[in-house]
Design a protein around this ligand. Structure first.
Ligand code: NAI
Ligand code: MG
Length: 366
């Protein structure tokens, strides 16, 4: 089977982190017969410099044709003043929109070796493994009307509208239940049905979807504010959390701080399955282009490598390989090898390339 990847390294530390994934892909092709074909494209500031757009039409076509897109990061001070429509982030937004990536998966995993780096007490987060499933294409970020109205009397009115249709809630709930079946079989749905009509509908549709097709999964409902509180009080009670675009944005950032550095966090964005049951997908680290450390060879490549592990798991069903790659990351951390952002007493500080090499070496042995 052909496995077609499009690599979009982007700007800043994006290319530095992507180089470490390229080494893993080359190894998997040469030694494991993985059969990846890779194509490359430009996105963000580097695409603007080359084409005057945040992503070219030909790279968009490649993205649409690929089985999965690996995305580094975009942006940086060099492009702070480019026109709004072609700003670096526009490349990512265009990809999400055209690939119809409605499900954003943000794992919050606390590697035992990093439990001390959490904002919480180590015993509250050690072994933490939760998955936040955020609806990405609907809700208040896109609902109409969305405008600022001049009321004339020196007053203005800012309006955003939260809109969710049944099908949008059904499909994101379906993703969450299916993922839960591959994990610990538990879903917690979060909304604010006490004050929002869209929250009432969300709760109803999730409940019906569960009853109709996923009654083997344990389902719980929580108000999103209480959910935020529980997330920092006792995060290990959760397995899969499913929530809307706005709450998901906030709750996933809160969950991120339970686990240590930004340089550790992967993500996936999935689209609807096609006739063959294959989903369009994009995998990217949560962090940005980190202009403050770009070009120095010190960026942590783990978020990018862990994003590739998610790609193996969700786009290619290569579960053993994904497990092993994640295990390799954990082993390297256990051995005390650290990039600067996760450095701790008694550990050995290394750069991007050495960290990538260490993870590849550990992966080869598994
Ligand atoms: P950032 O995530 O790039 O950096 C925040 C801080 O974390 C910096 O001190 C950085 O050095 C550190 N950091 C981030 N990733 C790291 C890694 N892998 N290893 C070690 N340290 C790491 O966020 P910031 O500074 O707010 O934004 C910088 C640029 O990135 C901006 O142009 C912003 O628009 C863009 N950005 C792009 C995103 C994307 O491509 N998806 C997401 C967030 C920001
Ligand atoms: Mg956010």
């Amino acid at each position: 089977t052909a496995r077609n990847l499009l690599l979009l390294p982007g700007d800043g530390i994006g290319p530095e982190a992507m180089a470490e994934v390229r080494k893993i892909i080359a190894y998997m092709n040469a030694e494991l017969g993985a059969g990846f074909t890779t194509d490359e494209g430009l996105v963000g500031g580097s695409a603007y410099d080359a084409h005057g757009a945040a992503i070219s039409e030909s790279d968009m076509e490649k993205a649409l044709a690929a089985d999965a897109v690996l995305f580094g990061a975009v942006g940086g001070p060099k492009w702070d003043d480019v026109p709004y429509e072609v700003r670096p982030e526009a490349g990512l937004l265009r990809l999400r929109k055209d690939l119809q990536l409605f499900a954003n998966l943000r794992p919050a995993i606390c590697y035992p070796a990093l439990a001390n780096a959490s904002s919480l007490k180590p015993e509250l987060v050690e072994g933490l493994d939760i998955l936040i499933v955020r609806e990405l294409t609907g809700g208040v970020y896109f609902g109409e009307p969305k405008e600022i109205i001049d009321l004339g009397n020196g007053q203005k009115r800012g309006i955003d509208t939260q809109v969710y249709d049944t099908y949008e809630i059904e499909r994101i709930a379906g993703v969450a239940f299916e993922l839960a079946r591959t994990r610990n079989n538990r879903v917690c749905s979060m909304e604010k049905r006490n004050v929002m009509k869209s929250g009432v509908l969300w709760n109803q549709v999730v409940t019906e979807t569960h009853k109709r097709s996923y009654s083997d999964v344990k389902l719980e409902h929580m108000l999103a504010d209480a959910g935020g509180m529980q997330l920092v009080r006792a995060p290990k009670q959760f397995d899969v959390i499913v929530t809307d675009n706005l709450f998901g944005d906030m709750l996933s950032d809160v969950a991120a701080m339970l686990t240590g550095s930004l340089g550790m966090l992967p993500s996936a964005s999935l689209g609807a399955p096609d006739v063959k049951g294959r989903r369009k997908a994009l995998y990217e680290p949560v962090h940005g282009s980190a202009p403050d450390i770009a070009g120095k060879g010190i960026a942590n490549p783990i978020a990018m490598i862990a994003s590739f592990a998610m790609c193996l798991r969700y786009s290619f069903n290569m579960i053993a390989e994904a497990d092993n790659l994640e295990k390799a990351i954990a082993e390297v951390l256990d051995s005390g090898v650290r990039t600067g952002d996760i450095m701790a007493e008694g550990c050995r500080q290394v750069g991007t390339v050495e960290m990538g090499d260490a993870i590849l070496a550990a992966f080869k042995k598994l």
